[in-house]
Ligand binder design. Structure first.
Ligand SMILES: [Zn+2]
Length: 214
């Protein structure tokens, strides 16, 4: 059986499991029992919140440094812990996350944008690497997805172009202006590849004149 300890607040002698651990104490336990600690935090909620927020503001840099150091020193342990935690609490995490996002829509959006802006190049590189590594799988998936949703996709496309006529035309114009050489090269390459077919078609004359090959 474990030892008993007298709470400094309520004076009741309780089992040691009724006390939180506190390394700085001689016996490694808080002087007040769990019940008294809980009661105090409930009764002083606002005061504690205010103190913590003030403390965080005053010690911002120290805290950031400490957290960084802690994360670096405990990487493997933290990764293992979060993996286990996520697997265990998946549902409640999802619910909490959704609720948080719902209530903080603007903040989340802003933070996402800030993060994206600050890490643009790194993210683009990561994306590129991921794409190259999974190219075949991704292309296969896209093809399957397209085949399975042909009708939906074509409907979506139609709706999108009907609703965004102006912005699409602006984008296309911009693209054509910015990629003049590329486009003309592509056209020429297409022509070379399909020469015979084009020349034999009734469009042949028009296309030849557009490409300046007449
Ligand atoms: Zn107590």
């Amino acid at each position: 059986m474990s030892d008993m300890k007298k709470c400094s607040k309520c004076g009741i002698e309780k089992d040691e499991s009724e006390f939180y651990k506190k390394r700085s104490q001689k016996d490694g336990l808080n002087s007040q029992c769990k019940g008294c600690v809980r009661e105090y935090s409930v009764n002083n909620k606002d005061r504690i919140k205010k103190y913590q927020s003030e403390y965080r503001t005053k010690n911002k840099e120290n805290i950031v440094d400490y957290q960084k150091e802690y994360r670096t020193n405990n990487k493997a342990r933290l990764v293992a812990y979060f993996k286990k935690y996520r697997a265990h609490e998946k549902e409640s995490i999802d619910i909490r996350r959704k609720g948080y996002i719902e209530q903080n829509k603007n903040d989340v959006k802003l933070r996402k944008k800030m993060y994206y802006d600050q890490n643009k190049e790194r993210l683009a590189e990561k994306k590129r690497q991921y794409y190259n590594k999974n190219k075949e799988r991704l292309l296969e998936y896209q093809k399957r997805h397209r085949d399975q949703n042909k009708d939906d996709i074509s409907l979506q496309k139609k709706e999108y172009s009907a609703q965004n006529k102006e912005s699409i035309s602006i984008r296309q114009k911009k693209y054509r202006t910015n990629n003049k050489e590329l486009i003309s090269e592509r056209k020429k390459a297409y022509y070379v590849k399909n020469k015979e077919r084009i020349l034999s078609s009734h469009e042949g004359t028009y296309i030849k004149s557009r490409l300046g090959v007449l």
